[in-house]
Design a protein around this ligand. Structure first.
Ligand code: SF4
Ligand code: SF4
Length: 379
C-alpha cells in the first residue's frame, strides 16, 4: 500500500515539475555519494578555492547532513539554452550565465520556489544544497550520463545535449529511484574533441578537469594580471567558456536547431557591449552587470575590464584601438592598463603603435614593461 502511494506521489510530482516548465525530472535515494568522498580527498588542492568561497563540498556528500531524515533526492532538469542567445553575447559569455536569475530571482527562481512550495504543501521537507553535486544526483537518478569533458548530458532533453542545469532537492519523502547512469556516454568514434578544443589544458584527460586552468575560473577568479601564456588561449571569453561544449558532437544536434530568441537575454545585450564594459563606472556595473553576472564584486571591476581589454586584442579588430588607448590613459588600475598595452600590441597597426609610443613611460613597473614588450613586438 505504502509503495503504491509513493508511486502515485512520484507521478504527481513529475507532473507538477513538467507543468512548471522543467524539461525533465527524476528521483534517486538519499544515500551518500561515497565515491565522491574519495574524489574530493584526491583533489583537495584543486578544489581548495571552493572552500575559500564558503562551500563545503565534503559536507555535501551525505544528503542526511543537509537534511536530517532525508529519504530521496528529486532532480529537476532545466534546459537553460532552450531559446537562442544574441551572438554578441554567445561569443564572449558562457551560455549558462546569459539568463541567470540567481540575484534577480525573476525567472527560474520563481519556478523552483513554486515547486518547493508544492512539495511543502504535501507535508514534505525540502532542502536545496549547493554543496551537493547536482550533476551526480542527476546521473544517479538516471536522467543522463557524463561526457569526457566532465559535463552532464541529458538522455532526452535538448536533443540529449549538455545545455541542462540539474537542480537537486533533498526531501524527507521516499520516491522510487531511477536506474543510475553514472558512466561516460561518449561515442567511441569521437577522438576526444573536447580535450583538444580546451585551449588552456584544463581538461587533462577524460573526466579530469583542473578547474584552476579552466577559462571560466580564470575569467572570474584569476589572480592578478593574466599571465602572458594564457592571454591568447583565453581568446574571446570575457566570463565563462563554452568551448568544450561547442566542440562536442553530442551537442551538435541542438546547436543546429532553429530556436526562438530569448527576450530576456536580448534585452540586456546592449549593456554587455565590449566598449561599454571597458569604460563602465561602478554605478553602471552595479545596476546593469552585477545583477546578471555576479561572481565578481564591485572591488573586482578591474578584472572585468582586464578581461574585456584582452578580448579586444584577440578580436584582431582595429576598431578597438581608440577604445584601448583611451582606457589606457583613463583607467587607474595598472592591471587594466597593462592589458590595454598588450592588446594594442596584439592589434598592431600605425594607430596602435602611436598610442603605445605616447604611452611609453620611464621605469620598470608592470605597465611600463607591458608597453615596452608591446612596442618591441611591433618593431
Ligand atoms: S570550459 Fe573552456 S577552459 Fe574550461 S574545460 Fe571547457 S574548454 Fe577548457
Ligand atoms: S567531445 Fe567527444 S569525448 Fe568530449 S564529451 Fe563530447 S563526445 Fe565526449
Amino acid at each position: 500500500m505504502r509503495e503504491r502511494e509513493s508511486m502515485v506521489n512520484a507521478d504527481l510530482v513529475r507532473e507538477k515539475a513538467l507543468e512548471l516548465g522543467f524539461a525533465d525530472v527524476g528521483f534517486t535515494t538519499a544515500e551518500p555519494f561515497e565515491h565522491q568522498t574519495k574524489v574530493l580527498a584526491e583533489r583537495r588542492q584543486e578544489y581548495a578555492w571552493v572552500k575559500n568561497l564558503g562551500l563545503d563540498l565534503e559536507a555535501g556528500v551525505d544528503p542526511a547532513q543537509v537534511l536530517p531524515g532525508a529519504k530521496s533526492i528529486i532532480v529537476l532538469l532545466e534546459l537553460y539554452f532552450g531559446q537562442a542567445f544574441p551572438k554578441s553575447l554567445e561569443n564572449h559569455f558562457g551560455r549558462c550565465y546569459l539568463d541567470d536569475d540567481r540575484v534577480t530571482k525573476d525567472g527560474l527562481a520563481l519556478r523552483v520556489r513554486a515547486f518547493r512550495s508544492y512539495l511543502q504543501d504535501q507535508g514534505i521537507k525540502v532542502k536545496i544544497p549547493w554543496n551537493l553535486s547536482h550533476r551526480l544526483a542527476a546521473a544517479r537518478a538516471g536522467l543522463g550520463d557524463f561526457g569526457k569533458n566532465c559535463l552532464f548530458y541529458s538522455n532526452k532533453v535538448g536533443r540529449k545535449s549538455s545545455w541542462v542545469l540539474p537542480i537537486a532537492l533533498v526531501v524527507d519523502a521516499e520516491f522510487p529511484p531511477g536506474e543510475p547512469s553514472m558512466e561516460v556516454g561518449c561515442p567511441s568514434w569521437c577522438k576526444n574533441a573536447c580535450l583538444t578544443a580546451c585551449p588552456t589544458g584544463a581538461l587533462q584527460g577524460p573526466r579530469k578537469l583542473d578547474p584552476r586552468r579552466c577559462i571560466s575560473y580564470l575569467s572570474y577568479y584569476g589572480e592578478g594580471l593574466t599571465p602572458l601564456e594564457l592571454r591568447e588561449p583565453m581568446g574571446l571569453w570575457v566570463y565563462g567558456c563554452d568551448r568544450c561544449q561547442n566542440a562536442c558532437p553530442r551537442n551538435a544536434p541542438w546547436l543546429a536547431a532553429e530556436l526562438p530568441m530569448n527576450p530576456r537575454a536580448a534585452a540586456k545585450a546592449d549593456d554587455f557591449e565590449l566598449t561599454k564594459l571597458l569604460h563602465m563606472d561602478v554605478g553602471y556595473f552595479k545596476n546593469r552587470i552585477w545583477p546578471h553576472m555576479f561572481y565578481m564584486s564591485e572591488k573586482d571591476i578591474w578584472r572585468w575590464k582586464m578581461n574585456v581589454a584582452r578580448v579586444m586584442g584577440n578580436t584582431q579588430d582595429q576598431v578597438f584601438v581608440p577604445e584601448l588607448s583611451q582606457a589606457f590613459h583613463r583607467e587607474p588600475d595598472e592591471r587594466v592598463r597593462a592589458m590595454c598595452a598588450w592588446s594594442l600590441g596584439r592589434l598592431g597597426g600605425p594607430e596602435a603603435k602611436l598610442a603605445l609610443q605616447s604611452a611609453r613611460a620611464p621605469g620598470q613597473g608592470l605597465v611600463a614593461q607591458e608597453v615596452a614588450w608591446a612596442l618591441e613586438k611591433l618593431h
